[in-house]
Design a protein around this ligand. Structure first.
Ligand SMILES: Nc1ncnc2c1ncn2[C@@H]1O[C@H](COP(=O)(O)OP(=O)(O)OP(=O)(O)O)[C@@H](O)[C@H]1O
Ligand SMILES: [Mg+2]
Length: 256
């Protein structure tokens, strides 16, 4: 069973009548509970891949099967419902609402879901939000406006929000991009923990240390998956140096 199965996916942008084939015939399967990293040069199509497979942007051609449902045929409403309930997003422009507190931003996707329509559902959501914030160490900033927190705290708040509806899969675009080393390690520990609990993750990164904690890493070039490497599930007791070396050698070979 695969969480996500992408077949012959193409994405073309047209600007001033010039055609830009950003994704060319992508074939990709994310297995249940798998954590897959995506690397590749700037402009190679990594962000576009996340947007397209999650239905945030339309595909030009190809199929996207998500738990047996074909996404390319869904209406905008069906798609946003599915995104809300089954997918989590940790993106660089984080779509946090500036006039709301950290806490309100985190619970927002859940209040928009069916559970948010009645009081007992909202009570459960509040409990879950508190539990997630506690786990990610941001309980003390719950009432801060999102403009009043550090980059690492904001990134962790974003992870809480992506998890509030217990998604099947999390899409993360450079989730550690704006972070220092320590914050980056913490965010990855969190993503690894979430993944160990069964949530699939598709994560774009430029950081080799981040990618080395993924189960499998894809290398995208010119909108095409050129190669992939399987590192296996990361465990805290594992040999991270050996994984980094393996990944580094692979990337050098690919001319990264
Ligand atoms: N909305 C858009 N409209 C038109 N062209 C776009 C759009 N989004 C991206 N592109 C183009 O698609 C190509 C791939 O962009 P994308 O953002 O997917 O790259 P990326 O691999 O994520 O790069 P980076 O590592 O710099 O984030 C680029 O040539 C970009 O200019
Ligand atoms: Mg990008």
């Amino acid at each position: 069973m695969g969480t996500l199965k992408v077949t012959n996916l193409c994405k073309t942008y047209i600007i001033n009548k010039r055609q830009n084939n950003v994704l060319r015939n992508i074939n990709l399967t994310i297995k249940d509970g798998e954590m897959v990293g995506v690397m590749g040069p700037s402009g190679s199509g990594k962000t576009t891949l996340l947007y397209t497979v999650s239905g945030m942007d339309s595909a030009t051609a190809g199929k996207i099967d998500f738990f047996g449902r074909e996404l390319t045929g869904l209406s905008a409403n069906e798609m946003s419902q599915l995104r809300l309930e089954k997918m989590g997003f940790v993106f660089q422009q984080m779509y946090m609402l500036k006039n709301l507190s950290v806490y309100d931003n985190i619970i927002l996707p859940a209040y928009q879901s069916p559970a948010g329509a009645h009081r007992s559902g909202r009570e459960k959501i509040n409990e879950r939000a508190k539990m997630l914030m506690h786990k990610l160490g941001i309980s003390t900033i719950a009432e801060n406006d999102i403009t009043e927190v550090s980059g690492g705290q904001l990134q962790r708040a974003c992870i809480c929000r992506s998890m509030i509806n217990s998604p099947e899969i999390i899409f993360a675009d450079e989730p550690t991009g704006a972070l220092n080393k320590q914050n980056s390690i913490e965010v990855m520990e969190e993503l690894n923990r979430i993944n160990a609990e069964g949530t699939s993750i598709l994560l774009v990164t430029h950081d080799m240390k981040v990618a080395s904690k993924c189960e499998r890493v894809l290398y995208i070039e010119d909108g095409d998956i050129r190669e992939e490497i399987t590192l296996g599930k990361w465990k805290a007791t594992g040999d991270i140096r050996a994984r980094e070396r393996m990944l580094n050698d692979w990337l050098i070979k690919l001319g990264w």
